[in-house]
Design a binder for this molecule. Sequence first.
Ligand SMILES: Nc1ncnc2c1ncn2[C@@H]1O[C@H](COP(=O)(O)OP(=O)(O)OP(=O)(O)O)[C@@H](O)[C@H]1O
Ligand SMILES: [Mg+2]
Length: 158
Amino acid sequence: MNAAADDQHSVFLPDEAATLALGERLAQVLEPGLFIALSGNLGSGKTTLTRGILRGLGYAGKVKSPTYTLVELYNLSKLDLYHFDLYRFNDPQEWLDAGFRDYFERRNICLVEWPERASELLPVPDLKISLSTQGDGRRIRIAAETEHGKRCLDRLPD
Ligand SMILES: Nc1ncnc2c1ncn2[C@@H]1O[C@H](COP(=O)(O)OP(=O)(O)OP(=O)(O)O)[C@@H](O)[C@H]1O
Ligand SMILES: [Mg+2]
């Protein structure tokens, strides 16, 4: 993986298997308390990356896209992982109305697809991940926005 800037990684993912593999690798450095924002257009690979992360955390079950449910919870041995998809929000206020703020706590990892839909109501993400299409594959950029995020990203093996 190339370090494009100090706290930013960028890598080309040629196929779905590469997205899953990167997710599994990322899982090795994630810790409870992290908030990860997953940005990118429809179909850019956000849910696929989340599947890889969950697999890397030892989850063997099915990972559904939370498009309709808005959030899916995974109880793992060491932590709880909340996977959000805010695509269907019409108004950022829905974030507060749904009580989702309460899920951001020390024991949990929160992964949020379409964080832009809740705009400034979300805290600063520890890791900001963006996915975009590049040819037949995807480009992923991972930036650490907090000290906690930076400590985790620094441990990501090449
Ligand atoms: N690196 C890759 N190269 C090519 N295709 C990929 C890659 N990673 C994932 N895909 C494919 O992209 C498609 C969409 O992936 P996914 O559902 O993860 O997108 P998403 O960003 O979560 O979309 P949405 O915004 O609708 O939730 C899937 O068919 C998946 O197999
Ligand atoms: Mg998705």
